[in-house]
Design a protein around this ligand. Structure first.
Ligand code: ATP
Length: 238
């Protein structure tokens, strides 16, 4: 329809010292979509999210949000542009309570919006029960929920999620993916990095596959799920 993508990455080249982690990555995420980013260890998935959220700057290439060029803008400023990042390893503040962690997620807004806290507690009822509990004593799944909830406190239009299922029991992973679907149904766009390709592609509209810093496949999620190469490489099938 001619309106710009919510997120567009154009030909990103990103380095760690002499190591070129991204070798010309381009992708788009349209408003309302769920897009999965798949690939093996070291393929560049986390680096792609970090570059989209301003945690890393590309050496060359461009990051566009809703038709505005934002590469070079720092991550704490990009929160204002409606981008939220849930990094790998669910880094919550362990000595703070659940409620304090959620309030921290709104630090770039004037003040936490009570409606946002209510929204998080409705999505994750277990966090409401544990609102006064110190976060370091939560289970892994609860900490992941808190990390997602904290990102939602910044009112993101686009949520970047780095391996939300990592290290969690299958039942908890199932639960988290159901809640991600609900978050998307409520209007938040998702760009999701996952080792759990099957779960990710069932939720996603489209997917990209990264290998050693390059996009090697891009398609509808249903097509990727059915692709024998994907099934062999990422869905554990011979
Ligand atoms: P993983 O699932 O293992 O996190 P990934 O697809 O997210 O993999 P990245 O973490 O983006 O991959 O890493 C891409 C490349 O950049 C890899 O070759 C990795 O070794 C390298 N790399 C990542 N972080 C650093 C760093 N801090 N210093 C040096 N090299 C790094």
């Amino acid at each position: 329809d001619g309106s710009p993508a919510l997120l567009e990455l154009r030909d990103l080249h990103v380095f760690y010292g002499a190591i070129e982690a991204l070798k010309g990555v381009s992708l788009t995420v349209a408003e309302g979509e769920v897009v999965a980013l798949l690939g093996g260890n070291g393929a560049g998935k986390s680096t792609t999210l970090k570059t989209a959220s301003g945690m890393m700057a590309p050496r060359t290439g461009e990051v566009w949000l809703r038709g505005e060029r934002v590469d070079g803008i720092k991550s704490h400023e990009l929160v204002r542009f409606g981008i939220g990042h849930v990094p790998e390893g669910r880094r919550v503040f362990p000595r703070m309570t659940v409620l304090e962690n959620l309030r921290m997620g709104a630090y770039r807004l004037r003040r936490p919006d009570p409606a946002d806290i209510d929204r998080v507690f409705t999505l994750f009822p277990v966090l409401a029960q544990r609102r006064k509990q110190v976060s370091g004593t939560l289970s892994g799944g609860e900490q992941q929920m808190l990390a997602i909830g904290r990102a939602l406190m910044g009112k993101p239009e686009l949520l970047l999620l780095d391996e939300p299922s990592m290290g969690l029991a299958p039942l908890i992973v199932q639960q988290i993916f159901e809640i991600l679907k609900e978050i998307n149904d409520q209007g938040t766009t998702l760009l999701l990095v996952e080792q759990n390709a099957s779960q990710a592609l069932q939720l996603a509209d489209r997917g990209y596959v990264l290998e050693t810093g390059s996009v090697v496949m891009a398609d509808e999620a249903s097509a990727l799920l059915a692709d024998p190469r994907i099934r062999a490489a990422y869905l554990g099938e011979a």
